[in-house]
Design a protein around this ligand. Structure first.
Ligand code: COA
Length: 181
């Protein structure tokens, strides 16, 4: 995705979607700071009090052409992100064919069609950039995310038991994948 686009959410709000670059680091940190205060953080890997992401490595991550980070903006603030990072093992039989993907949106902007739109943008980029298989990991209690991924063509292909503890309860992580034609 090279240029910004504007989309209308189900509540009529217009948001701008464009690629996140290293220069967006401060805006990204403000976004994470807000997200960890949201109720929807509970069943994700993010948490309140998590250390701030390192500036240099974040900039390198966002600007790496093997990855795509896409953000949705309401005015000057990021309200949701979706990403794909190519999996790049040394073994060239596997190299670059799979990508890890994830999407997080501020609670106030969820369930309004934004997740679906962001996912379709990152998938298009993946397809055009040689990624054939997408993989996502979701806690078993994250029903909204599971519904969202399954509706978007992902299948559950595995489960990791007891990967984390949330409110004294063990979380299992479903592994979902989507093969891009
Ligand atoms: C998971 C997430 C990315 C989905 O994005 P979204 O913008 O809320 O979802 P959309 O509005 O595009 O909805 C797409 C589908 O998801 C499902 N969905 C959305 N909201 C839902 C809800 N509250 N309950 C159950 N399913 C829901 C529906 O199947 C929906 O299809 P429909 O529009 O035909 O009803 C978003 O809710 C989010 O960021 N949540 C918090 C962080 C998170 O859990 N991230 C993923 C795991 S790390």
């Amino acid at each position: 995705m090279n240029r910004a686009i504007k989309i209308k959410l189900k509540n009529g709000k217009i948001v701008t979607i464009r690629r996140i670059r290293g220069t967006d680091y401060d805006t990204m940190m403000r976004f994470f700071d807000k997200f960890v205060r949201d109720p929807s953080t509970k069943y994700t890997s993010q948490y309140l009090g998590q250390p701030k992401k390192n500036k240099e490595s974040s900039i390198a991550l966002y600007d790496d052409t093997n990855n795509l980070f896409v953000g949705a903006w309401d005015g000057n603030e990021i309200i949701g992100i979706s990403s794909i990072t190519k999996i790049l093992p040394k073994n060239r039989k596997y190299r670059g064919l799979s990508g890890e993907t994830g999407t997080i949106i501020l609670d106030k902007y969820t369930s309004k069609g934004l997740g679906k739109k962001l996912k379709s943008i990152v998938e298009k980029w993946a397809h055009e950039n040689g990624v054939h298989r997408l993989e996502a990991g979701v806690f078993h209690k994250n029903v909204r995310s599971l519904n969202n991924l399954i509706k978007n063509g992902y299948q559950i292909v595995g489960i990791k038991h007891d990967v984390a503890i949330v409110d004294k309860e063990w979380m299992h992580e479903y592994i979902l994948e989507k093969i891009l034609d």
